[in-house]
Design a protein around this ligand. Sequence first.
Ligand code: GAL
Length: 304
Amino acid sequence: MKNGTCWLDDQGKLIQAHGGMIIKFGDLYYWYGENKDGPNCIINGETSRRVDVIGVSCYTSHDLHTWHYEGLALKATKDDPNFPLHFSRVLERPKVLFCEKTGKYVMWFHADSANYQAAQAGCAIADDPKGPFTFLHAKCPNGRDCRDMTFYFSPEDGKAYIIHSGDRNKTMYASQLNDEYTDFTGVCYPMMQDQTREAPALIYHNGLHYCVTSGCTGWDPNSALYSVTPHLSNGMKLIDNPCEGPNYRRTFEGQSTYIFEAEGQAYLMLDHWKRYDLMHSGYSILPITFNDEGIMTVHWRDEF
Ligand code: GAL
């Protein structure tokens, strides 16, 4: 798999799992992401920067290289234009975790109106990781706006959080979820204030939370930065650009979406957006290392 390009599934079709995540459940890896398998919408005769929502794709793999399409784990709807899953709206950055307490798979995603003004977090649950997921609700976490987001289990306190850009992207928040992972508890920590970051991807390493983010330049690449804290409640400190390799100032022409671990190795997943041809946006999966001082590095590799 050549990093920075589109990838194909085991049927030779484009993998449609943008803004996504890879996670292991049982002995299978699951890749969830935005299915953008349609042309960008034409609005007033011009190609726009959106595709209509199709849903959340689910792919499975035994080895992270051969991916089998399992269908849409969550589907867009066609009836009520105000329903959060309506195709004319926005459904981005879906993430799924397993809730030990309820035995359910829980999905959270950025649910928005077409003009990105609703800025909500949507939640759906399923008994099977392949779905179908049942939509529960979409809301502004603790009344705050939510745009780019991820779903993070914190080993520090055993709680799950939605990590999301809020205050019109000025602040990155950690909004705590209840023990069922389906709603907010009201506990909320501002993690990065006045930093205007998005595309959060987290990992817990050696007693520290690390969070890779991008700047806010829409579909265009910019410099990644990582930040660190021992306690989510204390806020994070921005450290540096973790990328090493060609085009490291523009995150190798990509944007962070998730960090996963496989066989003891951490990897950063990137999207390489093509804003006027979103269905052909590419992917990278790049190794992450930490040195003895805890410095994080994301290494460019031509191939995954
Ligand atoms: C980016 C964001 C993407 C998408 C895009 C829309 O900043 O990371 O997930 O929302 O803007 O322009």
